[in-house]
Design a protein around this ligand. Structure first.
Ligand code: V4E
Length: 282
């Protein structure tokens, strides 16, 4: 059975930090009072993009997750900025310029009746990422057609829209996940079937919570990572980055050039092979 997030097709905001799992991680988790969460069966993620990688270049990630259905991850506008400008999650190397890459018409500038706000207070750089998640066929289709500049969506499902929208598979892999909770922070220890593992500390907040909740979640997530011996400024490549670096080198390079994926070190690229999944750039 496919399950959605609490609130059905709502759009939770995921505040997440990736870290490397070491031999002491489990002991450190129990020392923190981690509580085991119900077992998640292994799940397959299939990612999709259009030729030219317009989605990935705009930092938008479409996937089908086994047991959960269609999901879209989009950058969450930095809540500290005026008018919710879609600026990058703190620590991202480049700003998100979705309008340029997806043919979405730019928003007209809002009139300002006040002097421009001063810069937000500075804080140490962090590799925490903040993404909005859209779940379910209806919500994902609505966002996709908006992002791709398609005037109408006559399709009843994302699956039916793949071919007409030119969406092609970019990656497919299975993850084994163990999850625990440390206070409000969920910690996931992932092992992908292509031989790459990592940890993620995350909190989901609702859009209604606003900037303060996001900021508080960020601090808790960083605190847990520090307690596990991880450095919150270090960017750890995600599973998709490593999969693409190994199996879709052209697509990976395109997204690296756009600043959308973390660099995958040579040793993590081991077993470089020719592309197995038809890449969207071919
Ligand atoms: C968001 C994103 C990508 C899509 C995969 O997202 P990720 O959170 O890595 O997947 P996963 O399996 O952990 O999903 P979850 O179960 O947590 O929803 S691929 C690249 N990004 C952006 C990105 C980035 N630029 N840097 C870092 C450190 N993470 C993600």
């Amino acid at each position: 059975m496919e399950t959605g997030p609490p609130g059905g097709e709502g759009a939770p905001i995921e505040v997440e930090l990736k870290f490397r799992v070491g031999p002491d991680t489990a002991t450190a988790l129990w020392a923190l009072g981690a509580v085991g969460l119900p077992h998640t069966p292994p799940f397959r993620d299939c990612y999709f993009d259009v030729p030219g990688a317009a989605l990935g270049r705009a930092d938008i990630w479409l996937r089908h997750r086994q047991g959960q259905g269609w999901q879209l991850k989009l950058p969450h506008g930095d809540p500290r900025l005026p008018h919710g400008d879609p600026e990058p999650a703190h620590g991202d190397p480049q700003p998100h310029r979705n309008a340029e890459t997806t043919r979405t018409p730019p928003k007209p500038a809002e009139p300002r009746s006040h002097p421009p706000p001063t810069s937000p207070p500075s804080r140490p750089p962090s590799a925490v990422t903040i993404y909005r998640e859209v779940w379910g066929d209806a919500g994902v289709l609505q966002e996709l057609t908006r992002l791709l500049g398609v005037p109408s969506a006559p399709w009843g499902s994302v699956r039916a829209a793949l071919a007409p929208l030119g969406l092609r598979p970019t990656a497919s892999f299975v993850t084994r996940r163990r999850s625990v909770r440390v206070g409000r922070v969920k910690v996931e220890l992932d092992e992908a079937d292509f031989g790459y593992g990592l940890g993620e500390a995350e909190e989901e907040v609702t859009a209604e919570g606003g900037a303060r909740e996001v900021e508080e979640a960020r601090k808790r997530v960083e605190g847990v990572c520090r307690a596990l011996g991880a450095e919150p400024r270090q960017r750890i490549p995600g599973k998709l980055s490593v999969f693409l670096a190994r199996h879709q080198p052209r697509y990976y390079k395109l997204l690296r050039e756009a600043g959308r994926l973390e660099e995958v070190e040579k040793e993590e690229k081991e077993e470089e092979k020719e592309e197995e999944v038809p890449g969207p750039t071919q």
